[in-house]
Design a protein around this ligand. Structure first.
Ligand SMILES: [Zn+2]
Ligand SMILES: [Zn+2]
Ligand SMILES: [Zn+2]
Ligand SMILES: [Zn+2]
Ligand SMILES: [Zn+2]
Length: 304
């Protein structure tokens, strides 16, 4: 191959490495940098974030699933999974340095949103959540539970969103439970928890096929081997969460010393000093008991 061609390939892979390094930073930081000057952390702020928020995040990770009466996780909620309020899971609070008592709230952090805790709703044919029995859309209901209908200045008598829509598993929406639980609680239910990851708003994502609905996934959480059909289909963005950091970051030889570059690189000196591979997170021994399982039934069900 001509030298010119090799050089062009090198530049391209450098650009790819830059993007990958930034994506890795965003997966860890989430929206925590949105109000900072320039919308990005300084290297010092990033280091501090990893030593505080991320350590607590690993210790107190919340596993979020929408589960049917047979115990199948019909939906493992991921960072991009929408809530009843219209905002995605990653817009909700999921980092706690000390866990509050059960039921652990996962409130929406978008300005002005009334949602007090994440609630999953299945979509009808891919896009819209099912209409309420009052015939109005989910969007026309209050984001705050129990989701009273707001249609025409609260003229609708509906006081709580309810739907007769059946999940693909065969059970009605109301028969499912929104579960927010700790690692120990999930293990006690006999569900896999996947690898320890430092990323923001992972929710119930524990493996490559976690984003596939439960009735199609054919395993507990998505940590089983994907089928040939899945391997042929386009990879969802979240699959990158399970690639080793070494595949996502620029090689040390390719690094430059610009502030922006340093801002999006893990501290390799620190990683080397602590005897850990670059980009890996410390293993945290959990101190939480496993006596509670939070299973919040959708309000519509309790009003039946
Ligand atoms: Zn919201
Ligand atoms: Zn919400
Ligand atoms: Zn309604
Ligand atoms: Zn209504
Ligand atoms: Zn189901």
């Amino acid at each position: 191959m001509a030298e010119g061609g090799a050089e062009r390939i090198h530049l391209t892979s450098q650009a790819v490495a830059d993007v990958e390094a930034y994506l890795e930073y965003k997966r860890i930081v989430g929206d925590a940098d949105k109000d900072l000057p320039g919308g990005i952390m300084t290297p010092e702020q990033y280091e501090h974030f990893k030593k505080t928020v991320v350590v607590d995040r690993i210790k107190n990770r919340l596993f979020v699933s929408w589960t049917n009466p047979d115990g199948m996780d019909c939906k493992l909620v991921g960072p991009e999974t929408p809530c009843f309020c219209g905002h995605r899971y990653k817009a909700h609070r999921s980092d706690y340095n000390d866990l509050p008592p059960h039921p652990i709230p996962v409130p929406c952090q978008e300005r002005g949103c009334r949602c007090r805790s994440y609630r999953y709703l299945p979509s009808v044919v891919g896009t819209q959540p099912p209409r309420c029995t009052c015939k109005h859309t989910a969007e026309e209901h209050d984001a705050r539970a129990p989701h009273a209908c707001k249609r025409s200045g609260n003229a609708c008598a509906c006081r709580a969103y309810r739907t007769s829509y059946r999940c693909e598993c065969g059970h009605t929406t109301a028969d499912h439970a929104m579960i927010v639980e700790t690692r120990e609680e999930r293990l006690e239910r006999g569900k896999p928890v996947g690898k320890v990851v430092p990323y923001a708003a992972m929710g119930g994502i524990t493996g490559f096929s976690s984003l596939i609905d439960g009735y199609r996934r054919l395993d507990d959480s998505g940590i089983g081997a994907p089928s040939a059909e899945e391997l042929r289909s386009p990879m969802p963005a979240e699959c990158k969460y399970f690639m080793p950091p070494s595949q996502l970051q620029a090689q040390p030889a390719q690094l430059h010393s610009s502030t922006a570059r340093r801002a999006i690189q893990p501290d390799r000196r620190h990683a080397a000093a602590s005897g850990q591979p670059a980009g890996s997170m410390p293993t945290v021994k959990s101190t939480h008991g496993s006596q509670h399982t939070t299973a919040t039934k959708p309000t519509g069900h309790s009003r039946k």
